[in-house]
Design a protein around this ligand. Structure first.
Ligand code: SAH
Length: 237
């Protein structure tokens, strides 16, 4: 069972969306588990303060190193799993990062920041890996954690029943590596006078494959020149 441990200021928001559909079922089936702990539980003064103003000035508040240090040493360090701090300054999350994180250990520790972030010394002291979920700024690491965990879960053994679906999807590893996914259609065959592409109901599997590959190539070329270049160069193709 893959174990996810989270330090947050709002444990009550979990499991949130992860309780539903595929992640929720996988949690019920004990493929993974989620434990949360409130950072405020480790505050020492009577007001339970966890933050303070940045040295050098500037707006906002930072989570204090002393409070986070105790929280990390009590809640994370004993289990020995890697520690991730979700941060816009981190390595940009992608399927490869998610895969290597899941394969590296039986669990993970996630530190969720708030306000302006956390005291930098914490990151160095505990050799924390920083991961970003995109080039934009969210209000908290909690929001980012849902995307991060959901993305990682796909590599937890037993989570995805059909391995092929990992291969063929956007950012998959098979023939469609570096390609965005082709379009899908389902019933009804005709909707608002738009018909499903003929080839998909032809029963000709070779033609269907060719059509899908062609669509995936067109979409990638138009929308993601960065991926298109990798595809053309055949990196690990
Ligand atoms: N001052 C910081 C942003 C703080 S946002 C900066 O400019 O880099 C508050 C918290 O939200 C952060 O501590 C981080 O945990 C989380 N967060 C915001 N954007 C994120 C992103 N793109 N990926 C992961 N976490 C993010």
């Amino acid at each position: 069972m893959w174990q996810v441990n989270i330090l947050t200021l709002f444990p009550e928001i979990y499991p949130g969306p992860l309780k539903f559909s595929t992640p929720g079922k996988a949690m019920d089936a004990k493929f993974w588990e989620l434990n949360t702990k409130n950072i405020r539980d480790f505050a020492t003064n009577k007001h339970k303060t966890v933050d303070n103003t940045p040295f050098g000035g500037g707006g906002g508040m930072l989570l204090r190193a002393d409070v986070l240090g105790v929280a990390i040493e009590k809640f994370f360090i004993p289990n020995g799993f890697p520690i991730i701090y979700l941060s816009p300054k981190g390595n940009l999350l992608n399927q490869n990062i998610a895969k290597s994180i899941v394969k590296s250990d039986k669990g993970i520790n996630i530190l969720c920041g708030r306000f302006e972030g956390i005291d930098e010394r914490v990151i160095k002291e505990y050799k924390i890996q920083e991961v970003s979920v995109g080039d934009y700024v969210l209000s908290s690491g909690d929001i980012a954690s849902f995307a991060f965990i959901d993305c990682c879960l796909r590599y937890v053994p037993g989570y995805v029943s059909n391995e092929d679906s990992l291969q063929d999807e956007s950012f998959g590893e098979g023939r469609y590596k570096y390609l965005l996914e082709y379009p899908h259609y389902t019933k009804p065959l005709v909707w608002k006078s738009n018909k499903v592409p003929e080839v998909l109901v032809s029963g000709n599997h070779k033609k269907i494959f060719e059509w899908r590959l062609n669509q995936a190539e067109e979409i990638t070329k138009n929308r993601r020149p960065d991926l298109w270049t990798k595809y053309l160069n055949g990196v690990e193709k």
